[in-house]
Design a binder for this molecule. Structure first.
Ligand code: 6PG
Length: 263
């Protein structure tokens, strides 16, 4: 259960996946515009993998150049499959196809996982070095201060590549780690929960009826983060956003009064 006094939570409901993507696109565009009103600022955005955010990325790519200044946006990946960037399963490839190939963004603003597909531990260590060289830190100086981390929710209530009963769930020191996922028999590279929780905004994008049970476990299930890893996501000094469509919500009471997406 998410204790309200502890977290600042916002819930936005779209009537379907398309409406939700449009709503999230408007929200993100406003978030980025506000930060980049200071021309010296940068907006640090961690992208989610999977299928749900693909429509969001496509809509972001369609925004006129004067509505989003990509030269001020730094993109990282919240997680990556340990496959080469041209592999069908690659989150980098998915973002390349839906977004990067359609926008003018400086290459130095794109911080993908280096050398995925080789030794996963090495890729994770190199990724952490790459991130530490660019990302600002939070007030503690220990964690990255991202402006926004986009997350999906797996049917098993995983998020990023923080899967149930996997080693990465216990990580309290590193920003990102290699994580072996037995159910998939594969290695992933993922931001850790403390690194995600240091962000100013963490936004779950959840659509489709298959997500209802995971959403119920996240919002109302007993505290069991080893089995419901998305329960680990509790920003320490930020806002926790849920962008959910009606199919995923399907009668599950949100932790706070939801607002319907406009339009
Ligand atoms: C990944 C994602 C993962 C995803 C969820 C939901 O690399 O697959 O980061 O955490 O967000 O599995 O995936 P869908 O959006 O495809 O349902």
């Amino acid at each position: 259960m998410i204790e309200r006094p502890y977290l600042v939570i916002e819930v936005r409901v779209g009537h379907d996946g398309e409406h939700l993507a449009a709503c999230t696109c408007r929200w993100l565009q406003q978030q980025i515009g506000k930060k980049l009103a200071d021309s010296t600022a940068r907006y640090y955005l961690a992208l989610s993998g999977g299928s749900t955010p693909q429509r969001l990325y496509a809509l972001l790519a369609e925004l006129p150049a004067d509505q989003i200044d990509w030269t001020g946006v730094v993109l990282i990946w919240g997680d990556e499959r340990n496959v080469p960037p041209d592999h069908a399963d690659s989150n980098f490839r998915m973002v390349q196809q839906t977004l990067l190939s359609k926008i003018e963004i400086p290459p130095e603003n794109i911080l993908g996982v280096p050398n995925p597909g080789g030794p996963a531990e090495q890729a994770a260590a190199e990724y952490e070095q790459r991130l530490r060289a660019v990302l600002p830190c939070d007030a503690s100086g220990r964690w990255p201060r991202l402006d926004c981390v986009l997350l999906g929710l797996g049917d098993d209530a995983h998020t990023a590549s923080l899967f149930p009963q996997t080693a990465a769930l216990q990580e309290q020191d590193r920003w990102c780690v290699a994580n072996f996922v037995p159910k998939l028999n594969t290695w992933r590279i993922t931001l850790t929960a403390p690194a995600i929780n240091a962000a100013a905004n963490v936004a779950f994008l959840i659509a489709g009826e298959k997500k209802t049970d995971a959403l119920r476990a996240l919002w109302h299930g007993p505290a069991a983060p080893d089995l419901v890893p998305s329960q680990l996501i509790r920003p320490t000094d930020g806002v926790l956003w849920f962008f959910v469509d009606s199919a995923a919500l399907d009668g599950v009471d949100p932790p706070v009064a939801p607002r319907r997406c406009e339009g």
